[in-house]
Design a binder for this molecule. Sequence first.
Ligand code: ZN
Ligand code: ZN
Length: 586
Amino acid sequence: MTNEKNNLELLKHSTAHILAGAVLEMFPEAKFGIGPAIENGFYYDFQLPRTLIPEDLPLLEEKMREIIKANHPFEKAEISIKEALEHFEKVNQPLKVELISDLQKAGNETVTIYKSGNLVDLCAGPHIESTGKINFKAFALTKISGAYWKGDEKNQQLQRIYGVVFEDKEGLKNYLHLVEEAAKRDHRKLGKELDLFCFSDLVGPGLPLFTPNGTIIKDELQKHIEKVCRGYGFQKVSTPHLAKIDLYEKSGHAQKFGAELFQVTSHYKQNYVLKPVQCPHQTQIFASKPRSYRDLPIRYMESEKQYRDEKPGEIGGLQRVIAITVEDGHSFCTVDQVKQEVKNMVEIIQNFYTSLGLWENHWISLSVRDYAHPEKYIGDAADWDECEKILQDVSAEMGLGAIKHEGEAALYGPKLDFMFRDALGKEIQIPTVQLDFATPKRFELEYTNNEGGKSSPVMVHRAILGSYERFIALLIEHFAGAFPLWLSPVQVAVLPISEKFAQYAAEVKSKLLVADIRVEMNDKAESLGKRISETEKQKTPYIIVVGEKEVADKTVAVRTHGVKEQQTLPLDEFIEKIMKEIINKK
Ligand SMILES: [Zn+2]
Ligand SMILES: [Zn+2]
């Protein structure tokens, strides 16, 4: 596995050199930046005499195939910095000269250069033996973009070419298939087609508006989570969207978020910020009256907006928004109760993700301090030791197999982070359970302990679906828009074969409505075939068709989304069947 991985890294990086060689043939005056291997392939940055167009990519690929077929060896040489500077100045490669000067400043005396075909490049290596080791059917150039030299906006902009390479052509084929599938599932595209959310120039970028269909999904998720959490003693609370900055100065978030905080000015000399997180508000509900050890654990949950002043980023999508609806919850408990609280939260997460078919592909990180840099965290070392031990014990007792990751803890405590893979194999990190001794102390939260003295509670933070916006984007892509029945905005579509059967269709519809099933009638003056294909595009889980036979027998002809065969059932039986499926979150 490691060998294969190393081999792939070599292939990626070596192919970047071959790309540079091809660019040099096409543009002899090209200036070269850097060309590293990246997660899905490689890129190379160039300064070119003209802007690249997509049509350039196949031409470059053709030149790359020639370089591969010529089977040039990668010849390594170690030369002095002085020689290297002379060479790259002579061939007029100012970016390489700059890189060599940087190496010189860092104390290097020599550099390595590699020659392959017409290209001599500054590089630490290693590479494959010769260009012919690359399968010429297993690489592709995928994208052109702009990139600042050294990633700094103050520097000149270069042109970046991205590519991918695999060991064999099957690898490339699978990759291209995934890319195509991802494009089909893109939540921005499906969000529009299924009418789930929209944006308005007047409202502003990064501020999605959920339509009736999208709101149903959001509400169903919320109802589901709240129901599960109520079973574990969580009570719903609701807090304002803003607060005095003092709240976040006390919590430490003001320093942490800095310029990401939205400042709100008021005419009454009172300045507010839009809340960047939910936790501090909830501490004040705990603090609103005296608490006894007998009241603990006290568990709060809410689904409210929070705000981060971020660059709008990916326009038109739900992945990055500035008004984020977050499902958040906290348990205030005694030290002795922490372990059970964490276990409950792990169970909640397990149930929720199992119901969405995401649990099978998960792994868990035990995210602890960076032991070398304790100054990055708030709270006492002794509390940290205890918290980390509790999480370790939970992992062992529940058989979670959490893998320890140093330096991944939150500001105020260690945590368990849950990772999943969606249908396309993309890693998702959302749920988390975090221990926090520090925040209750900062807010001087206390309860009367069983000896009549005062103790500070522990705060356990938990996120299950995190932000509704990001989660809905994920679900759209995971299910390719074909949501499970309980989440579908429309669960059943009723299609009378013709106008003659409209009355029975209306009767069917009202029976479904009475059973609290989300139903839509499609009796437009169009052919049945056209109406069926229209409804299928909306990915409605059940389409029922009614005609003469169904009216006579009091039945419905049922088409299940993604299933070819049609099934005829008595109406009552159909209703009973799907009510069961909705309850069981099938
Ligand atoms: Zn190299
Ligand atoms: Zn929290």
